[in-house]
Design a protein around this ligand. Sequence first.
Ligand code: IPM
Ligand code: MN
Length: 372
Amino acid sequence: MRLNIAVLPGDGIGPEVTNQAIKALKAIAMEFDHTFTFTYAPVGAIAIDQTGNPLPEETLDVCETTDAILFGAIGDPKYDNDPSAKVRPEQGLLRLRKSLGLYANIRPVKAYDTLIDKSPLKKHIIKGTDISIYRELTGGIYFGKKHLSDDGNVASDLCEYSREEIERIAHLAFKAAQSRKHKVTLVDKANVLESSRLWRKVVTEVATNYKDVELDFLFVDNAAMQMILNPKQFDVILTENMFGDIISDEASVIGGSIGLLASASVGDKYAMFEPIHGSFPQAKGKGIANPIASILSAAMLLDHFNLHTEANLIRIAVEKSLKLHITTQDINTKHDNVTTEKVGDFIEDYILHPNDSNLNFTNIHLGQSTII
Ligand code: IPM
Ligand code: MN
């Protein structure tokens, strides 16, 4: 298969983790005889520095003319500490999602057996957790009308949803549940918010088309508690934009590190693949950022094009790296010298030589050799 992939590394640790995902994709292309080409384009703070715009027109053009987008991370502290900044890196990502119509953000959350002790949560609570979060991505409070009074003392953000916006992601969530454990939990705040009541009404109607899927409702405050009390009760979680943002960061604790969580943002025409973590500016260039979320996002990209064998090989390579403790510090208590690059090297090697029993695993993390 030929795939043209736009690469938007972005800010902070974005470029270094994205590099590892590209190494994995190149290894897959080589192993399975595919042709993947990569076109780089700036977004975020780095794009503001270069052009004054967090999403330059040329970047959007690249995204619109390629088959898929691999996204790194966005954000820079120099903007976080300046509430008056009119141009912000995050606008680049939000505009990208909106312009490309990427309305569904799919975030898989699972507890890896090999990392079960890394989570601060108790083993018996998280073991076996397997959740797919369907977060609405182009509506709600993120995109509603914003207002700041002239004197700067009153501000508001409107949370607005239309039936159509709810229906389209609801259908995706129910379809996903049909090939999983047949359960959708709608997370909302219908006891307080009008927009949430619309979500309940529309999702209940959509559910009538999926008789084999059970629909359940949870208020978001309760859902936040249930997520750490009993995460195994969830199969597919369907929710609006901001609740999904918050609940997915919380859910990442189950896996042991936010550095493991990948995501796919899809619409009717385009698809983008991005780790859920931020730009982690304190770690930039230090080689300590976990590249797994980015590498697993690349696996989701392959799944999107029905390259499931290829995607699974990436996942097997990732699991192998976890098992052998070839992992960055956030999840490694055995070795403190495994860099972002080394994790990427191992995964690349494993993809290229999955059956090679001569892989010298113990030396790999010492950096002495990869293959003997
Ligand atoms: C995410 C991020 C973004 C969001 C930020 C960077 C705008 O936190 O993808 O979860 O809030 O959607
Ligand atoms: Mn977030």
